[in-house]
Design a protein around this ligand. Structure first.
Ligand code: NAD
Length: 318
């Protein structure tokens, strides 16, 4: 990967995806700076040394501009999540739209900065057809999907209007080691594993027949790095998923087996946010253009996640 000695900024780099990207970029010998307001991210998610950490917000142009001025690539991962966005759309708007505009404006002013925008498959809402292609009809059911799409649209418009090399990846339910179960907004996998370790049944919203396309973190990171470096990716949007549809009931069963817990899942009310019935994405475009395939099966990814969460739970905390 061509990141050796490259100056890279990761916004939201103390979060789940951002910190995994940072660790990988450091292995590639990039010079990494992180900008994060520690809203959900934690400094402890990152190595203590070998990178520059700036505590600040993407909403603040004065924080963003000097960092972008010395970057060659920006991974823009800072975002308010779907739960916070649904509760407080203005906060979502300020970070997810305003913060993205700050990043793009600074990149345009500086010139010659490659921008990788991390979007979400939530822009598809309840799809008409499965698996979902990038150019299928979008359906924006939450303030979060509105803001994530706005960030994507701005990214594409900055390419078309100003020639800024931008690419967007639409992530589908990323899970894996590093997803902190103490973060109240973490994904379903981390939550289920935490319950099972506590001897409690995983609480499934609704009948559990809702499905998602669960993507292992290392595969998502690899796709993201390729999207930020491939010439053919500029001005393009890519699904990052697996093409495999998994019902939440199946997910719970696998995790019960892997943790060895002797509980049965319980069913609670339907979730009040992100209430999508079925989601699985088509990854052909990503596969062909970026020459990428997800390598970690759901079972293997869950096994690694359970192991990591077990080790974390046993680790003495300061
Ligand atoms: N994890 C997933 O399954 C998933 C799915 C779709 C899209 N995404 C996107 O991927 C990106 C990373 O998500 P994640 O799962 O790592 O979430 P996360 O909450 O772990 O990480 C987001 C990071 O952004 C930081 N942040 C929030 N507001 C900020 C601000 N105003 N200024 C600076 N930093 C700020 C947070 O502190 C956190 O470290 C986001 O853009 C998200 O929309 C993630």
């Amino acid at each position: 990967m061509p990141f050796e000695n490259r100056n890279v900024l990761v916004t939201g780099g103390a979060g789940f995806v951002g910190s995994a990207l940072v660790r990988r970029l450091l292995r590639e010998k990039a010079r990494v700076t992180v900008l994060d307001d520690l809203f959900t991210g934690r400094r402890e998610n990152l190595p203590e040394s070998g990178l520059e950490f700036v505590h600040g917000s993407v909403c603040d142009p004065a924080a963003v501009e000097p960092l972008i001025a010395r970057s060659e690539t920006v991974f823009h991962c800072a975002a308010r999540n779907i739960v916070v966005s649904t509760r407080n759309p203005r906060e979502d708007y300020e970070t997810n739209i305003g913060g993205t505009l700050n990043v793009l404006l600074a990149a345009r002013a500086h010139g010659n900065v490659r921008v990788l925008y991390t979007s979400s498959t939530s822009v598809y809402g309840n799809p008409r057809y499965l698996p979902i292609n990038e150019d299928d009809r979008l359906s924006l059911l939450t303030p979060y999907s509105v803001s994530k799409l706005a960030g994507e649209n701005y990214s594409m418009a900055f390419f078309e209007s100003y020639g800024l090399p931008t690419t967007a990846v639409r992530y589908s339910n990323i899970f894996g080691p590093g997803q902190d179960p103490s973060n109240p907004y973490c994904g379903v996998v981390a939550k289920f594993v935490e319950s099972l370790f506590a001897g409690k049944p995983p609480a499934i919203h609704g009948d559990g027949n809702q499905s998602r396309d669960f993507t292992f973190i290392d595969d998502a990171v690899e796709a993201t790095l390729l999207a930020a470096t491939s010439d053919r990716a500029v001005g393009e949007v890519f699904n990052v998923g697996t093409g495999v549809e998994t019902r939440v009931n199946e997910l719970a069963e696998i995790l019960i087996r892997l943790t060895g817990a002797s509980v049965r899942p319980t069913h609670t009310d339907r979730r009040d946010v992100d209430n999508i019935r079925r989601r699985v994405v088509n990854i052909e475009k990503t596969r062909r253009t970026l020459r990428w395939v997800p390598e970690v099966t759901l079972e293997e990814g869950l096994r690694r996640t359970v192991e990591w969460q077990r080790a974390e739970a046993a680790r003495p905390r300061p």
